[in-house]
Ligand binder design. Structure first.
Ligand code: GLN
Length: 276
């Protein structure tokens, strides 16, 4: 079978299974089975599909039809222009989280000592380290997530020190200029209305933290207040309906509160400065 035929058949299968972006998904799965880039595939679409690649391709199509996210099948997601390795142990980095990076770069340009709390794949910590050419500290309560994040730091050449702990509990007080975090913030009751790719495949620990979805922000903000030096900045990703609840948690210790919106217009990144 020619590669172009395999692509056509894969696309049809995915379309019949109502998988969005069927053609692109089939291309990426075929590339993954072949160990090739898409540009190679376009230039060689008349070549035959070898049997082992055919077996892999069939398995990947089946996994995707069963609801596995494409990124867990290929092990890959771009974030801030860089390739990150992902596995079901970590949340797949979202484009919205790039706003967190932009906010941190804009609001804490002089920061030298930064922390990423709940780093997951390491997307935030690794990106900060590479953009700023600095070392950074990253924590996560999940040791299997830390293994993925460590692999990303190694592959991308970022200087990140990893710590397994709850929020920032293992870190000393008053030493940091910047605390970044994309914590779990989906309310439990939204579980059923999530896409099955998210609900059934992404780590619940990285998505949910209680009935309202803002449960984690009280201890997180308390920890940020402890870790930051006066004048330091906290930059947090928030759920689309969480702005007022999270603002209400910021007491007198915080000033210069700003909220950045994502491309869909939702409040997405809250930043604030530690006053005293
Ligand atoms: N933004 C993610 C989603 O909508 C959730 C990430 C999170 O809870 N931090 O699926």
């Amino acid at each position: 079978m020619q590669l172009s035929t395999a692509l056509h058949q894969g696309t049809r299968l995915l379309e019949d299974g109502a998988v969005p972006s069927a053609r692109l998904t089939a291309e990426l799965l075929l590339c993954h089975a072949l160990g090739r880039e898409r540009s190679w595939l376009y230039a060689h679409s008349g070549e035959p599909l070898a049997e082992t690649a055919w077996i892999h391709y069939g398995r990947y199509l089946y996994q995707r039809l069963k609801g596995q996210p494409l990124q867990y099948i290929t092990g890959h997601q771009e974030f801030y222009g860089r390739p990150f390795f992902v596995s079901p142990d970590v949340l797949i980095p979202r484009p919205e989280t790039e706003h967190l990076i932009e906010t941190a770069l804009a609001r804490a340009p002089e920061a030298r000592h930064a922390i990423d709390i709940g780093c997951g794949s390491g997307a935030i910590a690794v990106t900060w380290a590479l953009e700023k050419k600095q070392s950074v500290i990253a924590t996560d309560i999940s040791t299997s997530a830390l293994v993925v994040a460590q692999e990303n730091a190694r592959q991308l050449g970022a200087r990140v020190d990893f710590l397994a702990c709850n929020l920032g509990s293992a870190l000393p007080a008053g030493r940091f200029d910047l605390v970044m975090s994309n914590p779990p913030y989906i309310p439990d009751h939204e579980r059923e209305s999530l896409q099955k790719e998210v609900r059934d495949h992404e780590p619940a620990l990285a998505l949910f933290c209680g009935p309202t979805g803002v449960e984690i922000y009280a201890p997180l903000i308390e920890d940020a207040a402890r870790l930051l030096r006066p004048g330091g900045m906290v930059v947090l990703e928030i759920g689309y309906q969480a702005e007022s609840a999270v603002r209400a948690l910021l007491g007198a210790a915080w000033s210069a509160i700003e909220v950045a919106h994502d491309l869909a217009g939702w409040p997405r990144v809250l930043s604030a400065q530690r006053t005293d």
